[in-house]
Design a protein around this ligand. Sequence first.
Ligand SMILES: Cc1cc2nc3c(=O)[nH]c(=O)nc-3n(C[C@H](O)[C@H](O)[C@H](O)COP(=O)(O)OP(=O)(O)OC[C@H]3O[C@@H](n4cnc5c(N)ncnc54)[C@H](O)[C@@H]3O)c2cc1C
Length: 195
Amino acid sequence: MAQRIVVIGGGAAGIGAAGAAKAVDAAADVRVYTEFEDVGYSPCGIPYVHGKEIPDFERLFLATKEAYAGQGIDIHYETRATGFGGFDLTVDDRESSGGTGTGPMPTEYLLAAMASCYALALAWAAGKRGITLPGLAVTATGTYDGPRFSRLQLDVQSDAPPGLVEPLVEPALRVCYVSNTLATSPPVEVTVASS
Ligand SMILES: Cc1cc2nc3c(=O)[nH]c(=O)nc-3n(C[C@H](O)[C@H](O)[C@H](O)COP(=O)(O)OP(=O)(O)OC[C@H]3O[C@@H](n4cnc5c(N)ncnc54)[C@H](O)[C@@H]3O)c2cc1C
């Protein structure tokens, strides 16, 4: 399956990242979402246009739309990214923790991501073997240890006999993106930018 890379913003960073991703993995499904009708505009050149060293603003576009399409970069123009997959997510905290209690906590989203991803993985693993899992439900539980979870537990329920479900546990873990990510904990990198 081709790796999907989604880039928000078609400025220097965004279009550079998209091009670099394609250079590293030509088969990758690289998508750029930009609010504007164009990408790859170089604001650094603006003073040079005013100084008449560059004849016009059109020259400040690094490449044409056709050139990006030719590179296989799928650019969605005039599209503002407002949430994951086009959906808005409400995140809040308990009132006792300074929130307003109007939405799930971030850690609840983490557990929901685990449970839902693993449920999809189980259904996929079952489907590959021609099995259906009626009444499938996956619950994720986290055990707090200070500001982290020290234990994560997935519980699977289904109307199918346990002997049918158990052989699917490992194959499903292998294709569960969320479990795989948590199991090998990538470093968390933080960047700061002005809005
Ligand atoms: C006049 C001028 C001269 C400059 N000269 C120099 C120079 O000489 N040297 C230098 O190093 N730098 C220079 N800079 C700065 C340089 O242009 C910027 O640092 C660079 O453009 C930043 O690129 P970026 O991709 O990080 O951010 P941006 O160019 O800000 O691009 C981010 C893009 O993401 C889009 N976006 C954000 N959120 C969303 C969303 N939710 N959905 C869709 N799209 C979204 C924004 O609309 C924007 O187009 C200059 C800037 C100006 C204005």
